[in-house]
Design a protein around this ligand. Structure first.
Ligand code: FES
Ligand code: FE2
Length: 406
C-alpha cells in the first residue's frame, strides 16, 4: 500500500479494520519470545556490531552542513572517525579521517572549510577528492606509490539532501537497499528541505532499548499520556514491513480533522500527499534511522551504540523554506515540545537497562502492534548470518509472508 492520493480509501479501510479487529489477522503468526540475552550478552553484541552496524547504511548529516566546495564535517557515530566533504565539483564524499602515513587525523576540529587536507603530523597533503599529492622528504621513502595511498573512501550516497554512509564497500546502493520506501519518500522533497536544528543526548542503555521504543505506539497511553496520546489513535495504527528490515507505521489522529495548532501557519511541503499530511507516518530505515514525517517539518532520529550500555540519540529537524538567518519564532516552541516528548521516551531507559541485566528479564513476548520490533530482530539475524547466531539466541524467521516486496 503506497501512501499516495489513490491509496486514501485503502488506507482508511485498513485503519478501520485495525480499530475494529478483535485479534490479530488470521494469517498473522505467533511471535516467539525475543531472547533477553540479545540485549546484554557480550558475544552477541560483538556479532551485532561487526556483522550489522559496520555494514549498514547510516545517516551522516545534511548537505546544508556542507554549504560550499571544500566544506567538511566529521562524524564519529559509526564508531570510526569519518570525514564527510564536499569536493570541488560539489559532490559529497566520505573518507576515514585517517592519514595514510601513520594514521594521524587529517582534521582535528568538528567541521570547517578547506582546499585540501594537510596532515598535522608530518605534512602529507591530500586533495578534497582524497588523492595524495605531496609527501615531505619524499626522497626518504623507497618506492612509495602515491596512487595507492589515497584516503580510504567510505561509501556515501544521498536521499535528497540527506547524506548516508556505509563502511561496507560491497553494500547494495542505498536506494536499492531501501526498496519500495525510496519512491514513496519522493513526495517529501527531501532535496529541498533545509536543516533546522540538531541535538544529541546520551542515555545509559543498550541501543536496542531505544530503537524498540520508536518502532511502536503501544506505549503511548502510558508514556505519552499528556502529549502524543491526546491526539493519536494507536488502535488504528497500520504497519508496513518492507524487505531488508525497513518499515513504516501510519497512525491516525483521534479526530480526523485534528491539526497541530503550532504548525498551521508554518510553510508546507508542497508535494506531500494527503495521507501522510493528515495522519502520522513514521519511516524506519534499518537499523537506526527514524523519520516521523509531517507536511511542515520532519524530525530525523538516530540511535547510536556508544558502548553496550550507552546510547547516543541524535535528534535533528528538516523543514520546507526554513531560513536559518531569519528563523520563524514558532520553531522555538515546536522544538521544545518535541524535546518534551523525547524525554518521555528516554525517561525509563536506564532503569530498563538495569532490569535487562537482571535475572528477572528472560525474553520479550511481542504483540501484533509491536511486530516492527520483531521484524528488526529477524533482519539482525539475517545480517549476522542465520547460522552464526547461537541457537538459543536466534529469532525464528516467521514474518516473511507479512513483508511487502513492491
Ligand atoms: S601521520 Fe600523517 S603525515 Fe605522518
Ligand atoms: Fe514514544
Amino acid at each position: 500500500m503506497k501512501l499516495n492520493e489513490q491509496a486514501i480509501d485503502l488506507v482508511h479501510e485498513r485503519m478501520e479494520y485495525e480499530r475494529s479487529r478483535k485479534a490479530p489477522p488470521p494469517d498473522f503468526p505467533a511471535l516467539p519470545d525475543i531472547p533477553g540475552s540479545r540485549y546484554v550478552d557480550k558475544l552477541f553484541l560483538a556479532l551485532e556490531r561487526e556483522r550489522m552496524w559496520k555494514r549498514a547504511w547510516l545517516f551522516a548529516g545534511h548537505t546544508d552542513q556542507l554549504p560550499n566546495p571544500g566544506s567538511w564535517f566529521v562524524t564519529r557515530n559509526t564508531g570510526s572517525p569519518i570525514l564527510v566533504v564536499r569536493d570541488l565539483k560539489g559532490e559529497v564524499r566520505a573518507y576515514y579521517n585517517t592519514c595514510r602515513h601513520r594514521g594521524a587525523p587529517l582534521v582535528t576540529e568538528e567541521s570547517g572549510e578547506a582546499r585540501g587536507f594537510v596532515c598535522g603530523y608530518h605534512g602529507w597533503s591530500y586533495t578534497l577528492e582524497g588523492a595524495l599529492t605531496a609527501v615531505r622528504d619524499k626522497r626518504d621513502f623507497v618506492g612509495l606509490d602515491f596512487s595507492c595511498r589515497s584516503l580510504v573512501a567510505v561509501r556515501c550516497e544521498r536521499l535528497g539532501n540527506l547524506i548516508f554512509i556505509n563502511e561496507d564497500p560491497e553494500a547494495l546502493p542505498l536506494r536499492e537497499h531501501i526498496g519500495p520506501m525510496a519512491d514513496e519518500l519522493e513526495q517529501y522533497e527531501l532535496d529541498k528541505l533545509r536543516w533546522v536544528d540538531s541535538r544529541s543526548y546520551e542515555v545509559e542503555c543498550n541501543v536496542k532499548v531505544l530503537i524498540d521504543a520508536f518502532l511502536e505506539v503501544y506505549h503511548i497511553k502510558s508514556i505519552h499520556q499528556n502529549t502524543v496520546d491526546r491526539f493519536l489513535d494507536h488502535r488504528g495504527m497500520v504497519v508496513t514491513l518492507w524487505p531488508n528490515g525497513h518499515s513504516r507505521m501510519l497512525t491516525p489522529n483521534s479526530r480526523p480533522d485534528w491539526r497541530d495548532p503550532g504548525t498551521i501557519n508554518m510553510p508546507k511541503i508542497q508535494s506531500i500527499t494527503s495521507v501522510p499530511a493528515n495522519n502520522n507516518v513514521s519511516y524506519h530505515i534499518y537499523p537506526n534511522f527514524v523519520m516521523p514525517a509531517s507536511d511542515s517539518g520532519i524530525p530525523l532520529l538516530q540511535f547510536w551504540p556508544i558502548t553496550k550500555t550507552r546510547t547516543r540519540v541524535v535528534s535533528s529537524w528538516i523543514a520546507p523554506d526554513y531560513d536559518p538567518e531569519n528563523p520563524d519564532p514558532l520553531w522555538e516552541t515546536r522544538l521544545a515540545n518535541w524535546e518534551r516528548i523525547l524525554y518521555e521516551d528516554l525517561q525509563y531507559a536506564p532503569q530498563i537497562q538495569e532490569s535487562l541485566q537482571s535475572p528477572g528479564f528472560q525474553g520479550m513476548p511481542l504483540n501484533y502492534q509491536e511486530r516492527r520490533i520483531y521484524h528488526w530482530h529477524e533482519e539482525l539475524d539475517r545480517r549476522i548470518g542465520l547460522n552464526q547466531v547461537p541457537p538459543e539466541q536466534r529469532v525464528a524467521q516467521v514474518l516473511h509472508d507479512q513483508v511487502v516486496r513492491a
